[in-house]
Design a binder for this molecule. Structure first.
Ligand SMILES: NC(=O)C1=CN([C@@H]2O[C@H](COP(=O)(O)OP(=O)(O)OC[C@H]3O[C@@H](n4cnc5c(N)ncnc54)[C@H](O)[C@@H]3O)[C@@H](O)[C@H]2O)C=CC1
Ligand SMILES: O=C(O)CCC(=O)C(=O)O
Length: 436
């Protein structure tokens, strides 16, 4: 007997999004989808490819079991998502955090695709993470976790496939363990498999400071357009880690006044300016700003401080429709990925507060990661001056181009950056074609 024919639409609606990609998901992935929708009218004939941007190419979930120091076995959930590989191998960091989820890593990988295209480094976008609070692990447990995770994702990463790097709660040591594990599994030393490594293992001078330096460069470029003098300008920073700590230090050295800083444990406030080197020294000793002398300030008041530069450099969705109406900054420079929701973007725009978006403002890190990868391939290493000069040039040119697109189209800097980046990604997609 012949099987009854089933209309194709009931088998698979070609336009239906998989459930985990739905914009109704209000987390970072939902925010990213809204940002893509805003760019669609500016893509011309390339808009027919836009679905490419709305789903990751590949998402891997791995179980990462390790033996804890007390002899029990613990299982952690790990991810590596490659959002788009049209312009080159995947590139993006690895985050260790107790709140990491698949949809968060999907969003972070998508923002990497956009960021890499915005500064025109030859990469697609990827990101990884483990759902773990690393502060609860011993160093030996952290090493076992990193090595097992690297082995589990080993078949989709590689110097020409996908190159991880540091992100929240990961650092040079974690990158060294990843490089070593991948190298042992593949049979030869492979320095180009990760960036953000220690200098002694093929890391690049300037990489540790690069993201914060890029935030500073974008801030100073934006300030020129708004006629703001850096000397004496007030800066408010959320997050004093790799990104926020360096950005605060560079603004302080340039003569700005960092008047408040918030991290996961507390808030420091000094209306005349914080002694930033002393604060960073305190943070490196005690793990947070907690205990540093301060005038009192609560979180609502922190976001409402009058300042020239507000720099969110911690986690996603920090500026929302709840606090955006109270922000009194001249501009927001996004050090973190995804710190401002689309609803907050609209409020800030209405209130004439400039937002330099993550996908350009924090691109300094991946730019120097690119330099590191190139140096590893050629085994020829550049001076820190050369690296910083090239970084500043790329950031200034990319920001200048985005500024012009924003003026020409009367759109926000975020939509302008998406126009530049998505055009590059979809042109590559179209030129490559669909079939093997
Ligand atoms: N490390 C890098 O090269 C790059 C990082 N980013 C982004 O920058 C942001 C920060 O990353 P890193 O500085 O590398 O991380 P990190 O781990 O070095 O520092 C994170 C900082 O955020 C603070 N923080 C964490 N949870 C918080 C909370 N609930 N409230 C207030 N502060 C909190 C921590 O106390 C710490 O000061 C992330 O969004 C990351 O994706 C973006 C581009 C490159
Ligand atoms: O340096 C890199 O490869 C990626 C850094 C990163 O994760 C980011 O820009 O969000």
């Amino acid at each position: 007997m012949n099987a009854p024919s089933v209309p194709a639409k009931t088998i698979a609606d070609p336009n239906a999004l998989p459930s985990y990609l739905n914009a109704d998901n209000l987390g970072p992935w939902g925010n990213y989808l809204q940002q893509v929708d805003r760019v669609a009218p500016y893509l011309g004939s390339l808009a027919r490819w836009i679905e490419t941007l709305k789903r990751p190419k590949r998402a891997l979930i791995v179980d990462v079991p390790i033996e804890l120091d007390n002899g029990t076995v613990a299982h952690f959930e790990g991810y590596r998502v490659q959002h788009n590989l049209s312009r080159g191998p995947g590139k993006g960091g690895v985050r260790f955090h107790q709140d990491v989820t698949l949809s968060e890593v999907m969003a972070l990988s998508a923002w990497m695709s956009v960021k890499n295209a915005a500064v025109n480094v030859p990469y697609g976008g990827a990101k990884g993470g483990i759902r773990v609070d690393p502060k609860l692990l011993s160093r030996a447990e952290l090493e076992r976790l990193t090595r097992r995770y690297t082995s589990e994702i080993g078949f989709i990463i590689g110097p020409n496939k996908d190159i991880p790097a540091p992100d929240v709660n990961t650092n040079e040591q974690v990158m060294a363990w990843m490089m070593d594990t991948y190298s042992m599994n593949s049979g030869s030393t492979s320095t180009g498999v990760v960036t953000g490594k220690p200098i002694s293992l093929g890391g690049s001078l300037g990489r540790k400071e690069a993201t914060g330096r890029g935030v500073f460069v974008v801030g100073t470029e934006a300030a020129k357009h708004l006629n703001i003098d850096i000397v004496g300008a007030r800066v408010v920073v959320q997050g004093l880690g790799n990104v926020g700590g360096v950005a605060a230090k560079l603004f302080h050295e340039a003569g700005a006044r960092v008047i408040s800083a918030q991290d996961h444990k507390g808030i420091v406030y000094a209306p005349n300016g914080i002694d930033v080197p002393a604060l960073l020294e305190h943070v490196s000793r005690h793990g947070s700003v907690e205990g540093y002398p301060t005038e009192p300030l609560d979180s609502d008041a922190f976001w409402a401080l009058e300042c020239e530069f507000l720099i969110p450099a911690a986690l996603e969705s920090q500026i929302t429709e709840k606090n955006a109406p109270f922000v009194r900054a001249r501009m927001v420079i996004e050090g973190a990925n995804g710190p401002t929701t689309p609803a907050a973007d609209d409020i800030l725009r209405e209130r004439n507060i400039l937002v330099a978006p993550d996908v350009i403002a924090n691109a300094g890190g991946v730019t120097v990661s690119y330099f590191e990868w190139v140096q590893d391939f050629s085994s020829f290493f550049w001076s820190e001056d050369e690296i910083n000069q090239r970084l500043v040039r790329i950031m200034q040119e990319a920001f200048g181009a985005v500024w012009q697109v924003a003026q020409d189209n009367r759109v926000t800097l975020r939509t302008a950056t998406f126009i530049v980046a998505c055009t590059r990604i979809l042109q590559a997609r179209e030129m490559r074609g669909l079939y093997p």
